[in-house]
Design a protein around this ligand. Structure first.
Ligand code: HEM
Length: 635
């Protein structure tokens, strides 16, 4: 019988098991090797792409240079908003762009890197010597021009003057300023016979100067008198930023000028150099210095007079003075300080112009931006006005229980500090405006030594590598981007670019407490990373346990760390007080034929678009009229 072509079934059955096992074994083996291979490749891939400190500085990406000498630095100073945010979108939380004279600048907006620069490693990342020496030449050895122990000593002496309790004490003394502003605007409206156009930036600027002059030095420049031209001092102060911009190309020589050239020779150099802006800057500096000196002498004489009247012994005269203004507090603290801790006369003097300079443009631009925003959105304006009215009516009722004979119109009620700070919608609007439109877009630092910056969100470098830790060579110029931090979608959500005051409210439709106030006001008590008591994942600016190290909520508008804005509570109090006073009686709307454009030239620069405006002059013209019944939200 011929052999069957196919093996008989039983033979197949007999060897069938071992063949199946062999085939399956091979398949399993292949599957395992593939898995191991894939895992191995993945590990190698991660090793190659997830470099930690091994990435190189050269590999950090950034936009190409615009100009061989200026680099791309000038882009920051002309409508820099798009330049910054577009590049953050492309390159991530840290990128490199070309500064002037072949210098690189790192723009940082990553929360962990910012925390290292401003808080944890602040000893390594110092204020730029160019900025510091420039400030020294204009203001003298104050907070803006010192670092290390000298800066710490000055902060220690000045901090109590900006405490919450001192703000509470100070508020009643400065409330009349907002009333005077309101009276000035009202008289312009009545002269015009009704609604009239007023440049609110000009009036907010006059107001901010008065607030800081009175609160800071116990002095008035009478800036709110209708026809009063700005004093020499105020004009000089307003000139500093524009002159500084014109002198940008030569600013890099200031560390050399302050370090190696005496004042005598510096003056000679300014005399011979054909640079009018430099001569004008010297004149302004002189005006600031001599006026501050005169005001300080007056303050001291006042105090001595007061002390003699109180018959107090000489050595303790300053400690007994009642003045609540910042200079009085500083002089008192200085008088009782240990010899090593005392500030010199020059250091005290330089705080005066420094505080005014730091406080007036920033606050007036914020106030103008709020009024402009309210003018564009009548519902938001009415809702805020209604909140103010309700708070004032409640307080008026409370007052009338204490003083039954006194009749007070709600519009004239002055709210005490706690109520002013606790109004949820007012608070939400202020925080949202400060988040979206910070008056200054970045704070600058320079690395003193070779170091590294860890990142919360790794960046993709030029070579395609993902970098988590960026090497920073000694001397690297760093800009901590306030704009980048405040617009970070990873932290603020997809609607980060939108104006949404509701994000700060627990119940967006109601009058419940603000999420920020619930989280506590002493924001400087907690630092990056950890979520402070009262803060939770629902708090705006906290995402996955991460927050920016800002001194005010998680927004970076007032900076963070030991150099953060010393005046943030003052600015908050001033802005809230001005708004509650103005909105009680005045209504704001846009001027129909004037479109305002807020350019971001490293500072907020509002202009009127052509043809109605020249597109250059800083102004915020708004139509203002008296409030009528329809300007409130029905409850
Ligand atoms: C909306 C208003 C304000 C904003 C957005 C603002 C913003 C800032 C920022 C970002 C810094 C940090 C700079 C850095 O880290 O290098 C700063 C510092 C400073 N601010 Fe303000 N500021 C405002 C109002 C004020 C006011 C009203 C005063 C004074 C009454 C003031 C006085 C200062 C001073 C003295 C410093 C230097 C602090 C130091 O170096 O220790 N600021 N400000």
């Amino acid at each position: 019988m011929p052999e069957p072509l196919n093996p008989p079934l039983d033979i197949i059955r007999g060897t069938g098991h071992s063949l199946t096992y062999t085939v399956m074994g091979i398949l399993w083996f292949q599957a395992f090797t593939n898995i191991f291979l894939a895992a191995g490749l993945y590990v190698i891939f991660r090793k190659l792409t997830d470099l930690e400190a091994e990435g190189s500085y050269e590999d950090v990406g950034g936009p190409p240079k615009d100009h061989w000498l200026k680099g791309s630095f000038h882009r920051m100073f002309y409508d820099g908003f798009d330049f910054i945010l577009r590049n953050i979108e492309t390159y991530g939380g840290i990128f490199k762009y070309a500064g002037p004279f072949w210098m690189d600048i790192m723009l940082v907006s990553d929360p962990l890197a910012m925390y290292h620069i401003l808080v944890k490693d602040q000893e390594i990342f110092e204020m730029s010597p160019i900025f510091q020496s420039g400030n020294y030449l204009v203001f003298g050895p104050g907070l803006f021009a010192t670092s290390g122990d000298q800066h710490r000593k000055q902060r220690k002496m000045l901090n109590p003057a900006f405490s919450t309790s001192n703000m509470q004490d100070m508020l009643p003394a400065i409330q009349p300023i907002a009333q005077k502003l309101c009276a000035s605007l009202t008289s312009q409206i009545s002269r015009a016979g009704g609604m009239t156009e007023i440049d609110t930036l000009e009036w907010m600027s006059r107001t901010s100067i008065e607030y800081i002059a009175q609160a800071g030095m116990g002095y008035s420049f009478d800036s709110l008198d209708n026809n009063n031209l700005a004093s020499d001092y105020v004009q000089a102060l307003k000139q500093i930023v524009p002159l500084n911009m014109r002198l940008r190309p030569i600013r890099m020589f200031t560390p050399f000028m302050t370090g190696y050239i005496s004042q005598y020779w510096r003056n000679k150099i300014v005399d011979v150099l054909p640079i009018p802006a430099l001569k004008e800057m010297r004149r302004c500096t002189y005006v600031l210095y001599s006026t501050s000196k005169q005001i300080l002498a007056e303050r001291k004489a006042d105090m001595e007079r007061e002390m003699r009247a109180q018959d107090v012994e000489d050595d303790s005269w300053a400690t007994k003075i009642k003045g609540k203004d910042i200079m009085s507090i500083l002089l008192r603290a200085n008088a009782s300080a240990h010899e090593m801790e005392k500030l010199s006369e020059e250091e005290v003097l330089s705080q005066m112009s420094g505080l005014l300079f730091a406080g007036f443009e920033t606050t007036s631009s914020t106030l103008s931006r709020i009024l402009h925003t309210l003018a564009l959105d009548d519902y938001v304006q009415s809702r805020l006005r209604t909140e103010i009215k309700v708070a004032k009516q409640h307080y008026a009722t409370f007052q009338s229980e204490i003083e039954p004979d006194r009749e007070v119109r709600w519009e004239d009620v002055e709210l005490p500090y706690d109520i002013l700070m606790g109004m949820p919608y007012l608070d939400a609007i202020l925080r949202e405006i400060l988040r979206l439109y910070p008056p200054a877009g970045e704070v600058g630092r320079v690395a003193k030594v070779d170091t590294q910056l860890p990142l919360q969100f790794p960046i993709r470098c030029k070579s395609g590598v993902r970098m988590k830790v960026v090497p920073i060579p000694k001397g690297t110029n760093i800009g901590c981007s306030i704009l980048g931090a405040n617009y970070n979608k990873e932290i603020w959500g997809e609607d980060a670019f939108e104006f949404k005051p509701e994000r700060w409210l627990t119940d967006p439709s109601g009058d419940t407490t603000s999420r920020a106030s619930r989280a506590g006001k002493t924001d400087d008590d907690f630092a990056y990373g950890g979520i402070a008591p009262g803060l939770n994942e629902n708090t705006p600016g906290v995402e996955g346990g991460v927050r920016y190290p800002g001194v005010y909520s998680s927004i970076m508008t007032f900076g963070g760390g030991p150099r953060a804005c010393i005046g943030f509570r003052f600015a908050e109090m001033e802005i809230k007080q001005v708004l509650t006073t103005l909105l009680s009686t005045l209504h704001f709307s846009p001027s129909p034929d004037k479109e305002i454009r807020w350019m971001y030239n490293n500072f907020q620069t509002p202009v009127v678009r052509p043809p109605a405006g020249d597109g250059k002059t800083r102004q915020v013209p708004l139509n203002i009229r008296m409030v009528n019944r329809g300007d409130f939200v029905a409850k």
